[in-house]
Design a protein around this ligand. Structure first.
Ligand code: CTP
Length: 409
């Protein structure tokens, strides 16, 4: 992938598919050029029925391309474009384009370039509400999101033909701002660091259809992942729940889905290697059921569930930590909070213990806000008053960043 330097700006492929919002791509191209990005326009054959390639050639950093088959200067345009860009933006992304991309088709230059690139991709969908709400469109987008593709919009507003509803492309100014955030980000106290975070509550099978779960929503773990990425870290988020990530950070967060404590253990210990900080925000079941291979039938009467312990993941992480790696544990308590937390601090050998009184109002599970106490190795307590979970994440990560600069044990 191309890498920008002060003398060579970030390179963007601007893909334009065949929808009426294609006319707004001209404005987007002007805005991206005004931000000093190098922009190579690529139009699908259908896009050229809405807007002229000449317009994009006149405003772009390179002539607009419309064909898979190159010329003497660029004989294989899709690999040239795919290998020489830092980001591909598709605006508008039509239902047809999204379907072709999700299924790996390469029947025009834009789809072939999307298939051939390792650069991040930002799609800005635009279509009529009925199309936007089709299960096929939503499933194709879910597939692409799962593969790390960024999706911006659409919004609700006026559509072609005088209709109103969801499906309108996000305005060019907002797309340009998003591109800038993705490509330029900002260097923060965690730049160059790799942070591994767990989120959500584990689900343990009782039989093939039933589980034992807990009330964790994953919000605090997602907030830590989001703030860590904003502070410049590369983040691996190991999670039992799927939540939307803010667009400006999604490119820096690698999401790994797990369900049970066993799967969480495997994912965390795998990603721990080489990480600078490991943060165990997930609510892990302490016991799992010795699961039945087949569905337990009602006619069999009230079952007796036999429990067995799950692995202590935090203990495994502490045992395998590399020199200088910061390990953060959480403690969920409902009574004698400080005493229980101090007892945990004494046994768990973590650098920081983030203590939640999950019985208190507006705190912990399922809430948007949190209030915690952070215990350091020396036993000193930092009280973080009630605030958003991102606000709490900021305090935790400031402590992590400071431990990393001091050089943790
Ligand atoms: N944890 C873990 N593996 C488990 C249980 C918990 O890694 N099997 C982690 C949690 O993610 C958290 C920390 O250990 O970071 C403490 O979890 P908590 O449930 O508060 O404490 P426990 O040690 O399980 O003690 P208790 O449930 O008795 O309070």
């Amino acid at each position: 992938m191309h890498s920008a330097t002060p003398s060579s700006p970030h390179r963007i492929v601007l893909g334009v598919a065949g929808g009426i919002a294609a006319y707004k791509a001209v404005d987007l191209l002007r805005r991206l050029r005004a931000l000093d990005f190098h922009v190579a326009p690529v139009l699908t054959p259908d896009a050229t029925r809405f807007v002229g390639a000449v317009t994009f050639s006149a405003l772009g950093s390179e002539p607009a391309r419309t064909s898979l088959y190159g010329d003497a200067l660029t004989p294989i345009p899709h690999t040239y474009l795919a290998q020489n860009c830092d980001l591909i933006v598709v605006a508008p992304a039509t239902a047809h384009l999204i379907a072709r991309y999700a299924h790996g088709l390469a029947d025009d230059l834009l789809c072939a370039t999307l298939l051939a690139t390792r650069a991040p991709v930002l799609l800005c969908p635009a279509m009529h509400t009925e199309m936007w709400e089709q299960a096929s469109v939503q499933e194709n987008l879910a597939t692409l999101r799962r593969r790390g593709v960024l999706v911006l919009g659409p919004v609700t507003g006026s559509l072609a033909g005088g209709d109103e509803g969801a499906g309108r492309m996000v305005e060019p100014g907002e797309i340009a701002a998003c591109v800038e955030a993705v490509l330029r980000g900002h260097r923060g106290p965690l730049s160059g660091r790799h942070v591994v975070v767990s989120a959500g509550g584990t689900r343990e099978a009782i039989d093939p259809v039933r589980v034992i779960a807990n009330r964790s929503s994953g919000r605090q773990g997602y907030a830590i992942a989001t703030v860590a990425a904003r502070l410049g870290a590369r983040v691996t988020l190991v999670t039992t729940v799927e939540r939307p990530l803010a667009l400006d950070v999604a490119h820096a967060v690698d999401v790994v889905r797990v369900e049970s404590a066993e799967e969480l253990l495997v994912a965390m210990t795998t990603h721990q290697a080489g990480a600078d900080a490991v943060i165990m925000a997930a609510a892990v079941a302490d016991f799992r059921v010795v699961a039945s291979e087949h569905k337990i039938k009602r006619a069999q009467g009230v079952p007796t569930l036999q429990l067995e312990p799950t692995p202590d993941i935090l203990a495994a992480l502490v045992g395998a930590r590399s020199p200088g790696q910061v390990v953060v544990g959480f403690a969920a308590e409902t009574s004698n909070v400080e005493a229980h937390a101090r007892a945990k601090l004494a046994t768990k050998d973590v650098d920081l213990l983030v203590v939640n009184d999950v019985g208190a109002p507006h705190v912990g599970f399922e809430h948007e806000t949190n209030e915690v106490m952070i215990l350091g190795r020396d036993g000193e307590a930092e009280r973080v008053s009630l605030r958003s979970k991102e606000g709490v994440a900021e305090v935790i990560l400031a402590r992590v960043a400071s431990l990393l600069t001091q050089g943790a044990p």
